[in-house]
Design a protein around this ligand. Structure first.
Ligand code: KG4
Ligand code: ZN
Length: 347
């Protein structure tokens, strides 16, 4: 059992969390979301500056919450990609400073592996094989997972254009519902009819890849041209239904195609109630075990990064080293990220 401090700064949440024995000991979170609201999206420089202000207090608060000091830690884990370059750099620089000052090994972690590991904090270790549906602001992927810390991560399907969360954010802008888009669309959808508008289910019968940019355009076309008097609530509910429908259809297909009986849904969009309910319904009908983290673990946080860190320590993975660099577009093939991009740049 290892005790790991995790640091997350890839987007607009500064997160610090302490995990030990697969359980959360303490956490702290600071969001710059409100500072971005008037721009309608995350402004990288504002996010990076907010991380700089919030990082040390967050780490201190997480450690206090956990009731531990630096001497109780076995490792530091930090999101080193993917994400906003300057935001990632802030977290990685801080993590290196802590690792150096406290003489601890440093582990670079893939942000999306963190989202997957978030579920283990609530539901325990993953089975030996599972399918993960990752639905965040920047990514939408179906993955075949073995041992998260040591096995390669296999992509079964990915979005060809927008991510599911991005579609929520863009549709929120089209419908003038504000930022962040996902929760705003979900709130609006509560008063609407999901069957009011039949929006397209792109690539319905075309394998396990996704496409959401046509759906976003269909929403824009509907409210701007086809039915300018449409009830926003109906449009929001119908859009949300289209996203939840296609995500769950393909997730169940992915499990069947790979003879896997556990589906894990993670990432910010996994906070969506309609997606959670429809997934529960369809997994029950298909005889699949469904795992979705509680709402507080769905969006970005430090504990999920600490959770991956502990798995890497326990698996005996090599530490990343202080040459660890950020990789804003890191592909997801492994949970841990080392200093390879830096080394490759030098050769
Ligand atoms: O995983 P996350 O916190 O950050 C990234 O790694 O991207 O995901 C953020 C995304 C945003 O696009 C946000 O609109 C979406 O998750 N989201 C939701 C909900 N809460 C957050 N989408 C739909 N329904 C929600 N309740
Ligand atoms: Zn995320």
């Amino acid at each position: 059992m290892a005790t790991v401090l995790g640091i997350e700064t890839s987007c607009d949440e500064t997160g610090a969390g302490v995990v030990s024995g697969g359980r959360l000991l303490g956490a702290a979170l600071s969001s710059s979301m409100d500072e971005h609201a008037r721009f309608g999206g995350v402004v990288p420089e504002i996010a990076a500056r907010a991380h700089l202000h919030a990082l040390v207090p967050c780490v201190r608060a997480a450690m206090t919450d956990a009731g531990i000091g630096p001497g109780d830690l076995d490792a530091i884990a930090v999101t080193s990609g993917p994400g906003l370059a300057t935001a990632l750099q802030t977290g990685v620089a801080a993590a290196k400073a802590y690792a150096l000052a406290w003489d601890l090994p440093l582990y670079g972690v893939h942000h999306l592996a963190g989202h997957v590991a978030a579920d283990t904090l609530e539901h325990g270790p993953l089975p030996s094989r599972s399918v993960a549906l990752i639905v965040s602001g920047g990514h939408t992927s179906l993955l075949l997972l073995g041992d998260l810390a040591s096995d390669p991560i296999v992509h079964l399907g990915d979005t060809r254009d927008d991510a599911a969360g991005e579609a929520f954010d863009k549709v929120a802008r089209i419908l003038d519902l504000g930022y962040p888009g996902g929760p705003a669309v979900e709130r609006a959808a509560r008063d609407g009819q999901a069957t009011a508008v039949r929006f397209p289910r792109a690539m319905r019968d075309a394998g396990l890849d996704f496409s959401f940019s046509g759906l976003k355009s269909a929403v824009a076309r509907h409210v701007e041209r086809d039915d300018p008097d449409a009830h926003i609530a109906d449009v929001a509910a119908s859009f949300q239904e289209a996203v939840a429908d296609i995500l769950t259809i393909k997730a169940v297909q992915a499990c069947h195609a790979n003879a896997v009986d556990t589906l894990v849904i993670v990432g910010g969009v996994a906070a969506n109630t309609r997606l959670r309910d429809l997934a529960a319904e369809r997994c029950a009908a298909a005889g699949l075990t469904l795992r979705i983290p509680p709402l507080s673990y769905c969006t970005d946080n430090g504990a999920m990064i600490a959770a991956v860190g502990e798995l890497l320590v326990e698996a005996g993975a090599p530490a990343s080293g202080l040459a660890l660099s950020t990789d804003p577009s890191a592909p997801l093939h492994r949970a841990g990220l080392d200093d390879r991009p830096a080394r490759e740049a030098l050769t």
